[in-house]
Design a protein around this ligand. Sequence first.
Ligand code: PLP
Length: 457
Amino acid sequence: MSMVRAPGPPPARQTAPVARRGRPPARNEVWRNGRLAGLAPSDLAARFGTPAYVYDLDVVGRQAAALRAALPPRFDLAYAVKANPNLAVLRHLAGMGLGADVASGGELRHVLRAGFDPSQVVMTGPGKRDEELAAAVDAGLRVVTVESVGELRRLARIAEAAGRPQRVLLRSAVTEAARLERVRLVGDDGAGKFGMGTADLRIAAAEAVASPWLEPIGLHAFGASNVTDAAALAGHVESAVDTARALAAAAGFELRLVDAGGGLGIPYEAHEAELDVAALGARLAALTARLDGDPATRQTRLLLEPGRFIVGPAGAYLTRVLERKQVGGHQVVIVDGGIHHVLRPALVGQEHRVRVLTGSAAGSGASPSRIPVTVAGPLCSGLDVFAQSAAMALPDPGDLVAVLDVGAYGATESMPLFLSHPMPPEIAVRGGEAWVARPRIDPDTWLGWQVGEPGGA
Ligand SMILES: Cc1ncc(COP(=O)(O)O)c(C=O)c1O
């Protein structure tokens, strides 16, 4: 296994960053002090090649630890595996004692291999196949969230066949916050596909209470994605608790768990503020004090399923400049990686921060002047642009450039087969040690699986 040890300072410890007088504290992120995950970018590129995903597990650990420290003890964390299922990330979080949220049988196999305690793993998702539900029952998960009356009935049959009663959460249909977000983003006020509306929630609760094979323990409700407003997040948790309390009282089951989903946001652009986890924790502490005073909720535990917040800032996509040209008087830089590996900018229309890491444009010498530059990838698609007219110093061919904040929904949410480039490796770094957590996959691998003629080559 390939290893690189940092020549520089010792690895950072899992403590909150300390502000220097007059300056905001440095963000806990993969790119700090001219280094990527504490290592020289040129060393990483020489060792592992480009393009490559680089994950700083120390940043992952600090994000998780900061959130856990801010939340009242009644809260548990289940890392949303969909954000980044890389085994190195999963092992690191399992080692910290976090739970996990899986959305498929494949993700379940990932967390079991990574060493998560199944009694801390929850399964959620709008369409689970019978074999996925059976695997969840078999593994003895903490709870399975059901999203329709039909799924509840299938799960009851599967639990009966296995002879193992299954704990369930009932997922409430899109919350007000999520609905409003969708209206804002796409002007769509239509029905969501997640969870159940009020009538189905009541039917599902009554059937679950009546079934000897199901044990209803609470409610699941996801708010909105990438929310950095602590008050909005806390408001969502409060409303999920209120809905859950009313449902449990009406159906006659004990409310043991309210799962408020994920959605804790991170800043993607330089001017955006970080989520104030202390403010979130303070407001949720007031909520838990209220639960303490109510016999119906005194024992109720609360769960969050953060993905993006924990891993997003920990990942960078490392590329190298292939070409530079002027098109219509505008500076264009073509790098050796593109949106097939980081689809998010094209998918949600949000630019990620792009940093030049080496060469004169990296700013180590005299401060280089900033001009409008377009940073684009090698794909034959106009969507393949990381930065459109960003004010930045102009890098030279051969310089390294990183796209930041790709630790969540980077590798997993992309389309690596497009244009048959190699699939970039995933490099994990912990305490200054780097290793290939998943190797580069050459297109010959999937070419070799293909069959162009019936029964033939
Ligand atoms: C059920 C569920 N939980 C958790 C998450 C994680 O969300 P985030 O990464 O925004 O925290 C998602 C994201 O889609 C989800 O669908």
